[in-house]
Design a protein around this ligand. Sequence first.
Ligand SMILES: [Zn+2]
Length: 385
Amino acid sequence: MTMKVSRRGFLQVGGFAFTVAMILPRVAFAARNSLRSIRTGIQPGGKTRLVIESSARPSYSLSYPENQLVVDIANMSADSSVKPTLASGTLVSAITQTQSDDHLKIVATLRKPIAKLEKSQIMLLEPNGDNDYRLVLDFSATAAQKIAESVKSAETKAPPKKHVVIIDAGHGGKDPGCIGKGGTREKDVVLSVAKRLRTKLDEAGFKTYMTRTNDTYLKLAQRAEFAETHKGDLFISLHANANPSRSVKGFSIYTLSEKASDEEAKKLAESENAADKIGVDGFTEFEKEIRAALSSLQQHAVAEMSEEYANGCARAFRANKVEAQPGPSVRHAPFAVLRSTVPGALIELGHLSNSTEEKLLKNADHQNRLVAAIVRSIKNYNFDV
Ligand SMILES: [Zn+2]
């Protein structure tokens, strides 16, 4: 049984979520959370941003009474010395604090109605520099129709939305990827694993989309764009590796960063990006648009979620007895295919340059073992912010 406190402040026990307060006796809250500041601001595009800063990671829930946004934070007391700083031109006209048992309700009065916030509108930032923990909420006014739907779906407790996993089989068509000594092509291995993965994820109740289902060539930016347009919650790019040293074996997992974590990761990104002749610093127009639309805070949130997934994925591979490449299991490099707003990772399933692993990568049992590890990592991933 697993227990963890999610970023939304729920204690998850074996897949069921309860609010922390329901499970833990009051006495467990020895260290109280203190309110530090409340402020609003305007974001690009006219969005309102509400920031609540606290001394500890807040355990919170949101509710939407008429023309209000209420942030309920557990284990916190009202503090009249904290005066909200309200920027002009936002949707928030006033903010008050109300104590309710051990919870502080921060009530923002809104000039116009808003819809229920989606996870992409909510960020929880770790302390840095002069800042403590910050709960950051971005929102704008919504048409009446959409609000009615949003309230209705909350009331009828519709079954939770299926999480969308984008499965990207690397390479394809004119781009074979790397080729083993025995002639095994990366593009064929990863497509086979991708299809097996789709079957297992569909069975497990996820909604899946594959960037390619046959031997076709796709540009890297098209794959990232596919993840955006299909509203992916998680992006999994499947690859197999080659190393000049034929003795090197094992899996490794990569997330996006503009700076490579090591020389090997940098070289790998260069070779994976070579399919599109994109240099490590190259950006396509699509990527530029995506990046312009993303605030640095959102980029931070996507990077954080990708990192969390990648670490969990590495654990699942080890738990399923898949051999790891020596060195860190999770590395970072500027992979073009990962440049989107969808959190995700690029998985190098093993080395085609190693003859033992080339045989394994073609083997159905081994492919199923790899798939089982990936499914495990996705089931363990905390999709809800
Ligand atoms: Zn590849």
